[in-house]
Design a binder for this molecule. Sequence first.
Ligand SMILES: [Mn+2]
Length: 326
Amino acid sequence: MIERAVQIAKEGKRFLVACHRRPDADSLGSALGLIAMLRATGKEATLFMSESIPESLQFLVENEKGVGSFDEGVRFDATWIMDIAAKKLLPPNLPGPKVTGPLIVVDHHHAHDDVGDIVVRDTGAAATGEVVMNLMEAVGVTELPKGAATPLYAAIVSDTGGFRYASTRPDTLRLGARLIENGADPWRVAYQLFERWEPARLKLLAEIISTLQMAFDGRAAIMRVTRKMLADCGANDDMVEGMVNYARRVEGAEIGALLWEWPVLEDGSNHLETKISLRSSGKADVSSIAQALNGGGHRAAAATQLDITIDEADERLRAELAKYFG
Ligand SMILES: [Mn+2]
């Protein structure tokens, strides 16, 4: 369907560009890269942003104020949604189709549902940022537009864990090289994304690591984070991002898991659900486990959210892991 998307990019005039719910660096970096590309071809492009942007991603949006609501009568020719794998990950308060026009999904997730009217999905791409680069070429933008290098570099660096994950291909590194040639600053991006931890976050890490349990003869490492732990450390949920990787790091662990107490306020019920983040150290396909638990993701990184307590989620997870490990 890339032809359809390219045609709309060429023929449309006003576009909205959105991230998935709780935007990460790939989603936001891809959105900003696409916006730069659309503007370079003379189009109007607006960033849709209805949530707060995590501290670690603020450096990307220095010059771009997102819009979260619209005046009567505003119409877009299409809305691009970046890095989205499932309908339930549509950003909150996205206006209806009269305002947005058709939804064009740009993505790279292996496991996904049928979100979007038009889908540009390359499951071989290490990041949605890569898909944006290919889209750019297909639209005929040969020179990297001003302002696109840093966000696209951040997208790719983030989703490849700094060019470390198995998804890193020669083309990924070539793209990285091209982005650096065009002004992306590797250390500035790495520092913002991976280093720069507030003291509260390090305290929280210590708390989370203290919950580590090994299961299935050391083949699974399970940790948890509760609202109380967050409050005790003066930490927030953004700071939990990436913590699950510490479980994967344990030698011998094929699967690392983090159970994460998650407050649900939107439906007015103000109750706690549990997110489960899963990581594979190579052998295991955690997307299949996440799918069995109503979630999705990639082979190496997947997640789900269940409307049960953290202890119940722990049990559900262990039951699925038991099936997996046989
Ligand atoms: Mn991604």
